[in-house]
Ligand binder design. Structure first.
Ligand code: NAI
Ligand code: NA
Length: 396
């Protein structure tokens, strides 16, 4: 079929298999252009099909020759209906990994469930014995807690007494408008922490450890975000930030639990990037379009693969892992650079419908958004008939 983007708000209902494949190949090429990293050898990536998780899987495999197991929750294709992009990404990744002689298997299902944890445990037990790195990179609007059966829905709201108001942009039209978000109540805060906090990460590590699947010195990493003051009320000091606080606190708990193995849990604070998860957060797309402009002009812009390659090469697999005062790894250092932030803050004050096309990188935002779904990727012939029924070779 001929596949075109079908955009509805901040999602796209279609995905292009060839475009997704090209994106994966480009990421692999980037990693291979860098010095190999003496990194992990057997890796489990939870949330492995898009964004930072996919970049982590690619960096492990093609930067350190690691065997990888990927867990994700993606929609398979049906005749005449495309799969979700993470499905096609994973198919392309596995094909490339197998071609390179690397072990790669995938599990598609709800990572929050006991069933998928058990399935993953059985696979690792049978095929790898143990893993020495576990990347936790889930982004989800809801989670059913397997112990209680309760389904929690997350919200993106400020916390406190005041309604948050600031600028935001519809990145399709370039229209800048004012958005107002009323504060969350206690229940909404708790639910968001239940979804995006560290509870499930801890369950995964507990289960893997109990099954004897964590190697001596095993490391686990989850991803967090801090960001600037303009997004603080709705991000870091809002409900999602509360969940990130919980995630960061969980790292210390997990590290304690892993101490007998000389293992360690880290949180890495990453840069703001266009992913399916971040496109859905109010205010963030406007911030990202200004940030991209400034960082590209300074020559310090990075995408997910550049971020994760740097995480492995310059942070995780350095002799000593450099940490901030709160014990976190920082690869948002170039984003949070004082000069970058001053410039973004000045642009923020000026941003209107009229000025944004000049002062912001709306084009870059839109392109990255389309790229997430395999569209607008250089070298792909979109006029050509493609088979939507792509299989993931190592799907368990
Ligand atoms: P993403 O939307 O690209 O990736 C989410 C992944 O989770 C996908 O592989 C998806 O299949 C998987 N997933 C979602 N629900 C699942 C479920 N129930 N079971 C199994 N797999 C499931 O998101 P992104 O942006 O890569 O986010 C990953 C982490 O990075 C999140 O913790 C996010 O907060 C963090 N982060 C994101 C930043 C950004 O700007 N995008 C910045 C800093 C941190
Ligand atoms: Na991810």
């Amino acid at each position: 079929m001929i596949i075109e983007p079908k955009i509805r708000g901040f999602i796209c209902l279609t995905a292009h298999p060839k475009g997704c494949e090209q994106n994966v190949v480009n990421q692999i090429d980037y990693v291979k252009s860098k010095e190999p990293v003496k990194g992990p050898s057997k890796v489990l990536v939870i949330g492995a099909s898009t964004g930072f998780g996919l970049a982590s899987r690619i960096t492990s495999a093609f930067g350190s020759n690691a065997a990888t197991v990927g867990v994700f929750y993606e929609k398979p294709p049906a005749p005449g209906k495309t799969a979700s992009p993470g499905w096609y990404n994973s198919a392309a990744f596995e094909e490339q990994a197998h071609k390179a002689g690397l072990y790669a298997r995938s599990i598609n299902g709800d990572a929050f469930s006991d069933e998928i944890k058990q399935k993953t445990i059985e696979l690792i037990k049978a095929d790898l014995g143990q893993v020495d790195l576990v990347i936790y990179s889930l982004a989800s609007p809801r989670r059913t807690n397997p112990k209680t059966g309760v389904t929690h829905n997350s919200v993106l709201k400020p916390i406190g007494d005041t309604t948050f108001s600031n600028k935001t942009v519809d990145f399709h039209t370039g229209k800048v408008s004012e958005v107002s978000i009323a504060p969350a109540n206690e229940e909404e805060i708790e639910n968001t922490v239940a979804v995006m906090g560290g509870d499930d990460w801890e369950m995964w590590i507990d289960d893997l450890k109990a099954a004897g699947l964590l190697a001596e010195g095993a490391v686990t990493v989850a991803y967090s975000y801090i960001g600037p003051s303009v997004t603080e009320a709705v991000y870091r000091k809002g409900t999602i930030g509360r969940a990130k606080d919980h995630l960061e606190a969980t790292a210390f708990k997990i590290s304690d639990n892993l101490s007998d193995l000389h293992g360690k849990a880290y949180v890495s604070v990453n840069k703001a990037l266009v992913t399916q998860a971040s496109s859905a957060i109010p205010v963030i797309p406007l911030y990202i379009s200004l940030l991209y402009k400034v960082m590209k002009e300074k020559g310090v812009h990075e995408g997910t693969i550049e971020q994760i390659q740097r995480l492995f090469a310059d942070r995780l697999y350095k002799n000593e892992v450099p940490l901030d005062e709160a014990g976190r790894i920082r690869i948002d250092d170039w984003e949070m650079d004082e000069d970058v932030q001053e410039k973004v803050a000045a642009l923020w004050a000026e941003a209107t419908d009229e000025t944004l096309p000049q002062i912001g990188d709306l084009q870059g935002y839109k392109k990255d958004f389309l790229n997430l779904f395999g569209f607008d990727v250089q070298g792909v012939d979109y006029e050509k008939d493609v088979d939507e029924m792509v299989a993931i070779p190592g799907l368990v």
